[in-house]
Design a protein around this ligand. Structure first.
Ligand code: ADP
Ligand code: MG
Length: 222
């Protein structure tokens, strides 16, 4: 599903005398369908940057990132922005620790949007959104509100519901449970297992070791 070869990334801080920060060097690995792989390493080692490179938010300095966007293998480092949008719509799901909150858009619509973008009819998409929000204990009275004013944990659960609404052949998870209590963390573990059982290839950074051991098949240490 994902094939990374000799990937390197270094940041150049143009505003600060052109200082160069090498973050990832000659990294190679693959992730198969139905496999959950953890990225490990201390803070600042480049875990989030790696996920952003795969999602196309950062541009690689060198190397290759191949993604199976059915039925074709695409070189993600070479895609035009419009093609990358299509790959994100159909193939890659990305859940970060923080929700990018859009003012005025109700929670239910935020969660249903990835399904509607894929052509699922609106009422089915809303049903799936309701199911996920219920499962993640987001109170029904909040569904018609923008998550702008929600607590950190509530926003994170909206973000997770959105990330898991559609089936993504490739799922990138960046500390998805960091702000959650034990019960909600275990709900999220359940969603990850469900996605894996449905054949998703999952690449994830976990906030704690125990969660990592619960769901991951192997580690990539940075
Ligand atoms: N957009 C950026 N510009 C400059 N440096 C960055 C940028 N993003 C990340 N970095 C640097 O890359 C390193 C790795 O960051 P990150 O990928 O967030 O680490 P991790 O997720 O493992 O904690 C850090 O030193 C960070 O400062
Ligand atoms: Mg990080």
């Amino acid at each position: 599903m994902l094939n990374v070869e000799n990937l390197s990334k270094q940041f150049t801080l143009h505003q600060q005398g052109g200082v160069q920060i090498p973050v990832i060097q000659n990294l190679s690995f693959s992730v198969d369908h139905g496999e959950t792989v953890a990225i490990t390493g201390p803070s600042g080692r480049g875990k989030s940057s790696l996920l952003k490179l795969i999602y196309g938010s950062y541009i690689a300095t060198s190397g290759s990132i191949q993604i199976l966007h059915e039925p074709d293998w695409l070189e993600a480092t070479q895609l035009a922005p419009r093609q990358m949008m299509e790959v994100r719509n159909k193939t890659i799901g990305y859940v970060t620790q923080f929700l990018r909150v859009i003012p005025r858009i109700p929670t239910l619509d935020i969660v249903a949007e990835p399904l509607i973008n894929r052509g699922v009819n609106v009422s089915d998409a809303l049903l799936r959104a309701q199911h996920l929000l219920t499962k993640l204990n987001v109170p029904e009275k909040l569904w018609s509100l923008s998550p702008m004013t929600f607590s950190g944990g509530e926003q994170q659960r909206v973000n997770i519901a959105r990330g898991f609404a559609a089936h993504h052949p490739l799922l990138l998870l960046d500390e998805p449970t960091a702000a959650l209590d034990a019960e909600n963390r275990s709900r999220v573990m359940g969603l990850i297992r469900e996605a894996r059982a449905n054949g998703s290839a999952i690449l994830a950074v976990f906030h704690n070791e125990e969660e990592r051991h619960q769901v991951c098949d192997r580690d990539i240490a940075l």
